[in-house]
Design a protein around this ligand. Sequence first.
Ligand SMILES: [Zn+2]
Length: 302
Amino acid sequence: MKKYGLLLTGVMGLISHQATAISIVFDYSYDSSGFFADTQRVSLLNAAGNALGSRLQDNLGAITPGGVNTFDASFINPGTGSTATINNYNVLDNTLVIYVGGRDLGSTLGIGGSGGFSAGGTQSFIDSLNRGQTGVDLTPPTDFGPWGGSISFNSTANWYFDTDLSTDADIVGNDFYSVALHELGHVLGLGTAGSWNTWVNSTDATFTGNLSTLAFGSAVPLYSDLSHWNTGTMSTVDGVAQEAAMDPNLTTGTRKLFTKLDYTGLGDVGWEVSAVPVPAAVWLFGSGLLGLLHFGRRNRKS
Ligand SMILES: [Zn+2]
């Protein structure tokens, strides 16, 4: 008996000291238009998910309904725009599930946000809904632990699906990889989480999160929707200047990676952001917030 207890302690210690990443898993079951019936598009989306998930070191707990414990996940159906609900939804640890699809979004390139839920059951089950991110339950919230969410891509946009992400020299049209990163940012809480709103000063439209303020040099000006950095906000990628990914626009023919400021935004929302990608402990194939956020098209003249 005692030996068994010691063994368990040792295993738990090992797990808690292991750097892990978050597995971002995409689900295509609501892609009624067949936008992702193309392996290149799936490959690019997975690359975007891995780029961000590999930088997140949080330990997200599982949500396991059963018996008196219920967990009904709701999200925007990416194929229709209406609300979808899945009853008794199981959430795996260290995993986010994102429902993706395409539909006509008019002049908007993508819409992304975290999912919501309704739940009931024992107190310990209710306590597990923050996925171990205790700051979710503070007032105001200082952390974020969604189960996942959904992203819709505009099925009528003039997309560029890159076959070689190592260069952005040949982009024509709207870079899908850039928009995927931006919408993933919304699913991860940028512009959508309660812990994002904690740092929004609506009086002067600035974001006052500590990490972002330090990176930017002052409180960060926000776009009028208070869910994006202001249009044209600059930061850096590996020391090279680039317009931030989470401003509202993407210039046709260009790529935007996540900048230092975009990552500090994730940190201010509550994510434990690694300076370099970390390996996943497990790669499994396996939001009360609904952010209806746009990614407007900017047409460069000439
Ligand atoms: Zn956006």
